[in-house]
Design a protein around this ligand. Sequence first.
Ligand code: HEC
Ligand code: HEC
Length: 217
Amino acid sequence: MLESTFNAIHIFSAIMKKNALVLLLLFLFVAGMNIPPISDSLADAPTQSSTVEPAPQATPFDVMTQVLTHQRCLNCHPAGDRPRQGDESRVHSFNIQRGEDGHGMLNAQCSSCHQSENNNFSGVPGAPHWHLAPKSMAWEGLNRIEIVQVMLDKGKNGGRSLEEIEKHLTEDPLVLWAFDPGVNNEGLPREKPPVSKEEFIKAVKQWVAEGAVIPAK
Ligand code: HEC
Ligand code: HEC
């Protein structure tokens, strides 16, 4: 009885070993079939260089409006009565309102907190004559074409000529602040517009010199 049990175990394990070998061979065979030859897959890869066109050159208008549409400008050119803050343009804290002249309400004047330069200890941004752009100069919610149309509209831009707009864009401390915006109240740097101050000024001057054309789209 005992002997026959040993025999049974012996035969069983012998069969298992054999089966395991067969399975292993089968697996290797199937796996081998599924690997595509390397040369084929290379031949099928698309030849990119001949199909992709070179990116069109950014025009001076493109470069200029990359700055005009940035939140560093829009936060101070809101559609409503409250300035915006931060890279996500949230409503300014402390219920700050534009007031009659854009300098804030009597008890919450911009200059109580905003000085003529950034305060990188408290995170309060600053530049000379820090105040809110009048409602007629609201850019929030407009696309880049509409912003430039409003910017050149003497009925809305404070009666400025093209020459005066060029001067404002290239010299005004509030515009130039956007390129050196300091840190926020968490000590993290505010995002800068995607082009440098020098590239922006060059693009504005070139755009004006070429006739201040606003493209159709
Ligand atoms: C701290 C607030 C503030 C920031 C930031 C700011 N502006 Fe202004 N902006 C003003 C105020 C206030 C006026 C109105 C000044 C006046 O009429 O004397 C103005 C006026 C203008 C004008 C002239 C009027 C018009 O609408 O054409 C232009 C152009 C302008 N801003 C562009 C910009 C650009 C571009 C940026 C960002 C790079 C910017 N501003 C950032 C407050 C700001
Ligand atoms: C009680 C103090 C206080 C007053 C008053 C105040 N601010 Fe601010 N302001 C702050 C602080 C603090 C921040 C920075 C918050 C941050 O970056 O998280 C700030 C940020 C801003 C920003 C955001 C800049 C950016 O692009 O992120 C704008 C725009 C602004 N203020 C405009 C104004 C205007 C315009 C007035 C007046 C009508 C004003 N503030 C009044 C404290 C004040």
